[in-house]
Ligand binder design. Structure first.
Ligand SMILES: Cc1ncc(COP(=O)(O)O)c(C=O)c1O
Length: 372
């Protein structure tokens, strides 16, 4: 991204070396099984093109997205790389998918029948999605699978892969994971004789891939941990591989002032200074996805934790400083400053959500700059 195209003192830095490190670690952990770089939702808010390129350079061999439009965009940059759309794509787009050599996910006989009517002989590659307990999309029984496979017979629709998705692979209680794994094994045993030999079987997300590499068949769909984040506190505690976080978020002080005891800050005048205080203003707000619930969360200035005080506005927020700082002083909202850290996990904990959500909600008004 061209820095000179932006004129704003709030930005994100994406460390592509960290992405590469995480892919290499995962490849080694898996004894070289295939890594699908999951770059849906603009690479979890990190930037799809740049992350995809870094991941592929580091040894990922495929890209996985949720939505067909994401696949079409990536195809323009990566003409040869296998791309899988993991979500549902309307059957009227199958011809466009075939022409662009994009693999779609299928799990309904009705879908296959409709897809056939749109194809004009060009080969369409599909992966069958099996619902072993996620309860979202997928074939739930062997009989349903036979139906779908029969509908594909003698057509240009080629089943090239099979996959499932785990609901609890990141939890400490492993019973449900084991049940899903067992259900998949059973399903595959019965269905495999009806499928082509050169099938790619992939079942793991980051959590399953890191914790149970031996269960992982041919490849894994590597999402959150490619970005350097552990899928849950449980997995973070176990640290099956050492990850490097890729995303940092910065701003700068654009105004610094001394306020007196009782002076109010921001909408609603809900924050009142306890004493004489130094207050800094930073140009980030809920219009950037820096949502109002982040009030009372902390940012770092010169290695010091500075609480966000008063309501977060659409474009600006205020922080309580430990002393006066010069205009333009860097403020770290996510990342490291002189051995002090504010992590995605800290923000997620404050918002009572999961780390996945944080980079996804940081909007496009925040430019992403890439460290290569
Ligand atoms: C089907 C599917 N596979 C893989 C992933 C990647 O999961 P994670 O980010 O936990 O690695 C996702 C993400 O939600 C997904 O929906």
């Amino acid at each position: 991204m061209n820095k000179s195209a932006y004129h704003r003192d709030t930005w994100a830095e994406i460390d592509l070396q960290a992405i590469k490190h995480n892919v290499v670690e995962m490849k080694n952990h898996l004894n070289n099984k295939e890594v699908f770089a999951v770059v849906k939702a603009d690479a979890y808010g990190h930037g799809e093109k740049e992350v995809a390129e870094a991941a592929l350079n580091a040894g990922a061999s495929r890209l996985a997205v949720a939505v067909f439009d994401e696949a079409l965009r990536l195809r323009e940059h990566f003409p040869e790389v296998p791309i899988l759309v993991m979500g549902w794509t309307a059957p009227q787009y199958v011809r466009l998918a075939a022409q662009n050599n994009i693999t779609l996910t299928a799990f309904q006989t009705e879908w296959v029948n409709q897809a056939k009517s749109y194809l004009k002989g060009e080969p369409l590659s599909i992966h069958l999605k099996v619902d072993t307990g996620m309860g979202r999309i997928g074939i739930r029984s062997v009989e349903e699978a036979y139906d779908v496979i029969r509908a594909c017979d003698n057509t240009s629709i080629k089943i090239t892969g099979v996959f499932t998705h785990f609901a609890t692979a990141d939890e400490s209680d492993l019973l449900y994971y084991q049940q899903q794994l067992g259900a998949f094994k059973q399903w595959l045993k019965q269905v495999k004789p009806h499928l082509p030999d050169d099938l790619t079987v992939h079942i793991g997300n980051s959590a399953a891939a890191m914790r149970f590499p031996d269960d992982m068949y041919d490849g894994v769909r590597f999402g959150i941990s490619m970005y350097g984040l552990y899928p849950s506190p449980t997995v973070k505690g176990e640290q099956p591989i050492k990850l490097k976080p890729a995303f940092s978020l910065y701003s700068r002080l654009i105004h610094v002032k001394k306020v007196h005891k009782g002076d109010a800050i921001s909408y609603g005048a809900t924050y009142k200074a306890q004493d004489e205080e130094w207050i800094g203003t930073i140009p980030i707000g809920y219009g950037d996805g820096w949502i109002r619930k982040l009030q009372d969360f902390s940012a770092l200035v010169d290695g010091n934790k500075c609480p966000i005080v008063g309501r977060i506005c659409m474009d600006q927020s205020m922080i309580k400083l430990n002393r006066p700082y010069e205009l333009g002083t860097k403020v770290t909202l996510i990342g490291e400053d002189q051995n002090a850290f504010v992590s995605m996990d800290d923000a997620a904990e404050h918002l009572e959500t999961i780390n996945y959500e944080i980079p996804c909600i940081l909007g496009q008004r925040i430019p992403r700059f890439y460290i290569t």
